[in-house]
Design a protein. Structure first.
Length: 617
């Protein structure tokens, strides 16, 4: 965040000090409990990060932010997110199987943060009132925000800091203590030596039975039916990218604010499409626009001259630094989901934003889902080093509807937790590469007699490219029971890549590389040829997304280093790519579409500011 925005946030935080004594005229009945608005979310995050002993960065997946206020002053804050992936006391109390657990984990909400901004005893019973009010409305609020309700509320209490008396008095049940492990790199393997008490509260009488029962869920808590690739697209509700950007909250001070966030970010996207990189180039691009063009993007109109004015460099820089990264990532997800062809196969991979590591508190890594067929970005999530790429991928899958899709993953993500989440919690399939980082599985696959046990094989035609002749072959088999202990595994495969160098460097040498795969797709859904295509198509995330962003869009050369700037610029690059893919004409390549927009600014403005027809429309 820029210096002016930082000072403004500090000023807003001072408007909500810690209450030292009971204010005159204060009554608990006058306290209002509500959800924080999108505009208030940065302030909520900043207060929670500064005043809660655990700090705060963001929720893992879906979340809700609550505020308790009296006469406009915030007295308490609380945050809820999805239930913990694993918790022994809770899982034993529910009595569900692994399949039921990961298929119904979305029905649990975790009270991950609770902050009372008052000195001890200054506002008695405030915390209890706040907790009771949230518990009463939690299911309805979750349904409105995320498309399904919740059945169970949970929380963890650190006995060294508080006994959880408030929860017990409100009817919460203590289930026991955890073993004292924190989540690291997607798994609970990091000991912190501080076991915590697990407390739960059922939000309906039959919550425990429904969580463990194989029967169908009530409509009020069932997952949204439109969360997968077959979700219905209503052309009447499709909005232009400019309209999507208009939904972003503006965190700038009102004084001197002229251009809207939508206008400023639209200029960034249009400048990217015109191959003009950076805030200075974007300002020069804005100055080249005609009055009609400036009107189309919603530029500010000077009442004295009656003319639309272009966006200045300082405004461009300030908005990119201050806009909420998660909200911008949601714009990419909504725009891509509505405008691009349905993606059946998605490649997941991480990318480091070059140079952004100078900001120790910022998110300088991203993980993205990319369409196999085109390389178009579907969704993206930024994260810092803490928790790692695996945990970020789990959060991204939670935020993105992948039901019915096939997710391809490199060896980093070949872990049982990810396989279980994809198949059981999200109703999708996976194709995972196995390397030495999973030594037990890799050793098992390497020792198989493939010639004897394979049920099918396929060899691609020999091709000549990149100064060599290459050929890929695949052998596939159905594993016997307990051979590979991964959830949902239906096939295992061996891929061999044979290369023969050409020219003087050949020296008559050839090489062969072997890789192993595991997948939840059975032989009927993915015969060897299709499985080999999925394995090869995974690298579209590198060639069709990461490389385009680094070279064509100049992401590696970007000089942004601090605040939300690096992550937001990466999101804007992905949004520009989504516009290009959504605007491609039949038979038109990516480079041709970029050149068309560079030569025709009016066409680029129409692509960004006017609603496009849905795919196939």
């Amino acid at each position: 965040m820029c210096d002016k925005g930082f000072m403004d946030m500090k000023s807003r935080m001072r408007d909500h000090p810690v209450v030292a004594e009971k204010p005159q005229g204060f009554r608990l009945s006058d306290v209002q409990v509500r959800l924080a608005t999108p505009q208030e979310r940065p302030l909520w995050d900043a207060l929670m990060d500064e005043r809660h002993h655990l700090g705060f960065r963001r929720f893992a997946g879906r979340g809700l932010r609550y505020v308790a206020e009296w006469r406009g002053q915030w007295l308490a804050l609380a945050g809820w997110q999805g239930g913990a992936f694993k918790c022994g006391p809770r899982d034993r109390w529910i009595g569900w199987s692994h399949e039921e657990q990961f298929g119904r984990l979305h029905l649990i909400a975790n009270n991950t943060r609770f902050l009372v901004m008052a000195s001890s005893g200054a506002l008695p019973n405030l915390a209890s009132l706040f907790l009771a009010a949230m518990t009463r409305r939690l299911c309805a609020d979750w349904l409105a925000a995320h498309g399904h309700g919740v059945l169970l509320a949970e929380t963890f209490c650190d006995p060294d800091r508080h006994e959880g008396t408030m929860y017990g008095a409100a009817g919460w049940e203590c289930l026991g203590e955890t073993k004292g492990y924190a989540r690291s790199n997607g798994r609970y393997t990091k000991p912190h030596g501080r076991p915590r008490r697990m407390l739960v509260r059922s939000l309906r009488r039959d919550a425990r039975r429904l969580l463990a029962s194989p029967e169908a869920l009530p409509a009020s808590v069932a997952p949204p039916s439109g969360s997968g690739p077959d979700a219905e697209r209503d052309p009447a509700v499709l909005r232009s990218l400019h309209d999507e950007l208009a939904t972003l909250p503006d965190h700038r001070r009102g004084q001197g604010r002229k251009h809207t966030v939508a206008c400023v970010l639209t200029v960034h996207v249009l400048a990217t499409l015109a191959n003009m990189r950076g805030c200075l180039a974007a300002e020069q691009f804005a100055r080249s626009l005609s009055q009609n063009d400036l009107e189309a993007i919603g530029a500010w109109r000077n009442p004295k001259t009656g003319l639309r004015e272009p966006v200045a460099k300082s405004t461009l820089h300030r908005v990119v630094q201050s806009v909420d990264p998660e909200a911008l990532e949601d714009v990419l997800k909504r725009f891509s989901g509505a405008r691009l062809p349905l993606a059946r196969s998605l490649a997941a991979d991480g990318k480091r934003i070059r140079g952004a590591n100078r900001n120790g508190d910022g998110r300088h890594e991203t993980v993205a889902l990319v369409d196999h067929a085109t390389g178009a970005p579907v969704s993206m999530l930024g994260f810092a080093d803490e928790g790692g790429e695996r945990a970020a991928l789990h959060d991204l899958l939670e935020r993105t509807g992948i039901r019915g899709c096939v997710i391809t993953l490199d060896a980093l993500h070949t872990v049982r937790e990810t396989a279980r989440l994809i198949t059981q919690a999200h109703g999708a399939d996976y194709v995972m590469t196995v390397k030495e980082n999973a030594p037990e599985t890799f050793s098992t696959l390497s020792s198989i007699d493939w010639e004897r046990h394979r049920h099918g094989s396929f060899a691609e035609p020999r091709t000549k490219a990149h100064g060599r002749i290459g050929q890929r072959t695949i052998d596939a088999m159905t594993p016997v029971r307990d051979l590979i202990n991964y959830p949902g595994v239906s096939q295992i495969a061996r891929v061999r890549r044979h290369r023969e160098p050409l020219g003087p460097a050949a020296n008559g040498t050839a090489s062969e590389e072997t890789a192993c795969l595991i997948t939840s797709l059975d032989a009927g859904k993915a015969p060897p040829a299709d499985l080999l295509a999925l394995n090869r198509g995974h690298w579209i995330v590198e060639n069709g997304n990461h490389r385009v962003r680094d070279t064509t869009l100049g992401e590696d050369a970007c000089l942004a280093r601090t605040g939300n700037g690096p992550l937001n610029r990466a999101s804007l690059n992905n949004i520009a790519l989504a516009v290009v893919f959504a605007s491609q004409r039949p038979g038109e390549g990516l480079a041709t579409t970029f050149r068309r927009f560079q030569l025709d600014t009016a066409a680029a403005i129409r692509a960004v500011c006017e609603p496009l027809p849905p795919p196939g429309g």
